[in-house]
Design a protein around this ligand. Structure first.
Ligand code: SF4
Length: 432
């Protein structure tokens, strides 16, 4: 059977679709890039905002128009919260919720996929993987927190973790098929292992991955600030652990944080950031911020903006509050108008650019390890390679050879204002 897979949304959805692609192939099915050649579509949807659900419906319709003969199975957060809305869309053969998602390939093919340590498949054969040098590995799902704006905790259910040995097998497998970097991902990654009754399980998982696999780079995706103890930062004694923390703040104002039921405050967040920066040199800290949360006054927003500037992040993901039916915030009063959300979002995006450039410029004159991800062109001097440092700064470097999927040292020469990229000289004493 020829299968075409698509996803919207977060790294977790990406990791799940990559896993499904491998499973289909291990059962002898072909993954095709072209929807017109497919016999079956699989769509992993997102419901984090109203816009995400609209785009999910649009994608399902587009695929059906591209190939009306193909059947579609839809899963993901939108399928979890609104299965009836999806079941009536053209071409939809099945709607699979987030709990049953792990059996989706078996449901579609009638066969259970084999475990990871079977014959490695050619990475080249996974559409979308080509050109991707980092693999997202899902280690946890669900969340037991009750942030009032969040539909994910509704769509993904209670927190649950994968067994450590299963994760180690997958990472060994992924490195075996050529991945240089692995990103641990989950809905609430910081709660990894809490369902095993072990509050420090994430620390243990990271240490075992670094001790028992050879993957050159390990990156952690989003971590809730309240999950991290001070000794967590000792993990960065190992240089294979990327010096990048994404710590969602959501608001820099304590009054807003209270209405969001976020288990942090300005004081706690400030202390955590200080401890992390003291422990990890050149650490990149990025964050998520919501603007226009119900009840957010001009004063509250100004307090939030001022705190964000004080924290001096390496970058912000800015979201305009989106009312999600089924969440506590949707029932709150004081909803903010779209024009105000837009104005606040613009102010934070401008601040983010300023902070991002400030962070990158610090590294001019230094030497940093870069995982080169793609070639974007060529000059007389060679190929234009682009990649990321371990602390997540984008770098461009010309070299006689294409360096895709290689990790090398790079001598940082300048900062290119136009692109926001560091310009470097790749040094082929090759880190790996
Ligand atoms: S921690 Fe909060 S924002 Fe994150 S998934 Fe859980 S409920 Fe949602």
């Amino acid at each position: 059977m020829r299968v075409h897979l698509r996803m919207l949304g977060c790294r977790l959805n990406q990791s799940e679709i990559d896993t499904m692609a491998r499973q289909f192939q291990q059962l002898g099915h072909e993954i095709v890039d072209d929807p017109a050649r497919a016999e079956w579509f699989v769509v992993n949807t997102c419901a984090v905002t109203q816009e995400a659900t609209r785009k999910s419906r649009q994608l399902i319709r587009e695929l059906n128009r591209a190939n009306p003969a193909a059947r579609t199975t839809v899963t993901g957060c939108y399928a979890q919260i609104s299965p009836d809305e999806i079941a009536v869309l053209p071409g939809v053969e099945g709607v699979v919720d987030n709990i049953a998602k792990e059996q989706l390939v078996e449901q579609v093919t009638g066969e259970a996929p084999p475990p990871f340590d079977t014959e490695p498949i050619e990475r080249r054969a996974i559409p979308g993987a080509l050109g991707r040098t980092r693999a997202f590995v899902k280690v946890q799902d669900g969340c037991n927190n009750v942030c009032t704006f969040c539909i994910t905790t509704v769509a993904r259910g209670d927190g649950r973790s994968r067994a450590i040995n299963d994760v180690l097998d997958e990472i060994g497998y992924l490195h075996g098929i050529g991945y240089q970097e692995v990103v641990l991902t989950g809905v609430h990654l910081g709660s990894y292992g809490h369902d095993f009754g072990d509050k420090n399980a994430l620390q243990m998982l990271v240490r075992r991955i670094l001790d028992e696999t050879d993957v050159p780079r390990l990156r952690l995706s989003s971590l809730e600030p309240w999950d991290l103890s001070d000794d967590f930062f000792m993990l960065w004694d190992n240089p294979r652990l990327c010096r990048h923390l994404h710590l969602p703040l959501q608001s820099g104002c304590d009054a807003t944080l209270k209405r969001m039921i976020r288990r942090t405050s300005q004081a706690e967040f400030r202390q955590l950031v200080r401890a992390a920066r003291d422990a990890i040199p050149h650490l990149s800290i990025t964050t998520d911020v919501i603007v226009g949360f119900p009840g957010e006054t001009d004063d509250e927003f100004t307090i939030s903006e001022t705190f964000i500037r004080e924290m001096n992040f390496a970058g912000l993901h800015v979201f305009r509050y989106s009312k999600r039916p089924g969440t506590a915030a949707a029932r709150m009063s004081g909803h903010v108008d779209d024009a105000t959300k837009k104005e606040r979002s613009t102010r934070l995006l401008t601040l983010s650019q300023e902070m991002e450039r400030g962070f990158a410029q610090r590294f001019v004159g230094q030497t940093l390890p870069v995982l080169w991800e793609q070639v974007t062109g060529a000059t007389e001097a060679g190929f234009i390679n682009v990649g990321y440092t371990d602390n997540y700064v984008r770098v461009r470097g010309v070299h006689p050879r294409p360096l895709t999927n290689a990790i090398t040292s790079a001598q940082i020469e300048t900062f290119d204002e136009a692109t926001g990229q560091l310009v470097a000289l790749p040094m082929i004493d090759a880190v790996s």
